[in-house]
Every structure is written in structure tokens, then in C-alpha cells.
Design a protein around this ligand. Structure first.
Ligand SMILES: CC(C)(COP(=O)(O)OP(=O)(O)OC[C@H]1O[C@@H](n2cnc3c(N)ncnc32)[C@H](O)[C@@H]1OP(=O)(O)O)[C@@H](O)C(=O)NCCC(=O)NCCS
Length: 197
């Protein structure tokens, strides 16, 4: 191999190494930026229409809460309503009501009938992240913030209903499966999940 070819090969190799390292640094920066721009905060009145959109995107029409339900949850219990905001846009949410007597099959409670802000238990109504942002750890962050908030509010337990395919998802978050619920919300079968704080 003549000197010219050898130098060309070394230069080519160095260029490939440079692109590989630069590519990794850009990927890492994208991940960091994404995390940095994610805010978890209490829902405000201005967020309710967007939260209703998210509810409608993430749930079947027979299961999704109406705009009215989302609005009264935000008005009556902002402490139990967290949203994930990315670059100024709401991309996920958790909302809930508080009670001393959790009855997960009670449809009226979804309208905040029987909600008592001083109640020792929180009942989660919706956990939702828009499809484009799913599987990026957003709901995990929302849930961690929600459970921290619940502890700060001196709550005892958190309850929710989920379908069978999400039982392991909630178990990963620390919930226990308490068995099938009598609820037939939206015509489906539901499992009762409970986490003691
Ligand atoms: C369920 C939902 C909230 C998950 O949100 P997400 O931000 O995509 O979840 P995350 O990225 O935080 O995932 C957290 C963990 O749960 C797992 N997970 C996510 N979605 C899952 C699913 N549908 N089934 C089982 N496991 C799931 C992830 O793999 C991850 O596990 P890991 O920590 O071992 O990697 C989201 O898919 C959604 O909004 N779905 C439609 C609405 C819905 O069904 N809500 C639940 C109502 S009970």
C-alpha cells in the first residue's frame, strides 16, 4: 500500500469514529433535553379542554369522561389532578377524587358526587399519555409525582380500576391486585388496584 492510500484510510477511519461519537452525543443530548422540558404540575382551569382531548384520544368513547367530568374534577380537586407538560403542551394527566369510603364501582363518584377533599383515600379516574409520547416513562413520572402529592396530603391509600392487560403495569408502580370489580363501566370488566402509602 502506498503512503497516499494509507493516509486516506486513516483519515476515513478517524472520520467514521468522529461520526459515531458525535451521533451518540446528539442522541444523549436529545434525551436530556426531553427530560429537561418535561414539567409535572397541578392542572389549572385553562388545561381542561386539552385534558378532555387527551381523555378522548386515550379511551374508548364508552369509557372516556365527558368535558364536564374533567372540568368538575379540576374545579373540585385540583390537588388530585396532575398534568405532564412538554414544551408548553399538555401530553398526559392523572386525575382523582378523595373519599373515606372508596367504592370503585360507584359511577356517581366519577362526577365527584361524594368527593370529600379531607377523605383519607384517593381514587384515580384517569391515567393517560397521548400516543406519540407513550413508552417514554411519562406516566411513570406522573405516577411518582402523584404518589408524592398523596403522601404530602397525608392520604392513606390510592385506588383505581384497570382492565386485565394493565394489571402488571400498575403492579410495577407498586399497586396490589384486589380482584375483579363489580363495575361494568363502559360494558367492560375491571380489576381493583390498591396502593397503601
Ligand atoms: C397506560 C399508559 C398510561 C402508560 O403510559 P406511558 O407513559 O406510555 O408508560 P411508561 O412509559 O411510563 O411505562 C412505564 C412502564 O409500564 C410499561 N407499560 C407501558 N404501557 C403498558 C401497557 N399498555 N401494558 C403493560 N405495560 C405497559 C412500560 O413498559 C414501562 O415498564 P418498564 O419501566 O419496565 O420499562 C398509556 O399507554 C395510555 O395512556 N394508555 C391509554 C389510556 C389507558 O389505558 N390508561 C390506563 C387506564 S387504567
Amino acid at each position: 500500500m502506498n503512503e497516499y492510500k494509507r493516509r486516506w484510510r486513516v483519515a476515513d477511519l478517524l472520520l467514521r469514529i468522529y461520526h459515531k461519537i458525535a451521533g451518540k452525543l446528539i442522541q444523549r443530548d436529545k434525551r436530556t433535553t426531553q427530560m429537561d422540558n418535561l414539567i409535572i404540575r397541578t392542572a389549572e382551569e385553562k388545561d381542561t379542554h386539552r385534558c378532555f382531548q387527551i381523555e378522548s384520544l386515550c379511551f374508548e368513547p364508552s369509557e372516556a369522561a365527558s368535558l364536564h367530568k374533567i372540568q368538575i374534577r379540576q374545579q373540585q380537586y385540583p390537588d388530585g389532578f396532575l398534568i405532564a407538560e412538554y414544551n408548553g403542551s399538555v401530553i398526559g394527566m392523572i386525575n382523582s377524587g378523595a373519599t373515606d369510603k372508596p367504592d370503585l364501582a360507584d359511577e356517581e363518584f366519577k362526577d365527584m358526587i361524594g368527593h370529600d377533599p379531607g377523605g383519607k383515600n384517593l381514587v384515580i379516574f384517569s391515567v393517560a399519555v397521548i400516543p406519540e409520547f407513550q413508552n417514554k416513562g411519562i406516566s411513570q413520572k406522573l405516577m411518582m409525582a402523584f404518589l408524592e402529592r398523596a403522601k404530602d396530603l397525608d392520604k392513606r391509600s390510592v385506588f383505581l380500576l384497570c382492565k386485565s392487560d394493565l394489571v402488571t403495569y400498575y403492579e410495577k408502580a407498586g399497586f396490589n391486585n384486589c380482584g375483579e370489580s363489580p363495575s361494568k363501566h363502559g360494558g367492560s370488566s375491571w380489576w381493583e388496584m390498591r396502593l397503601d402509602l
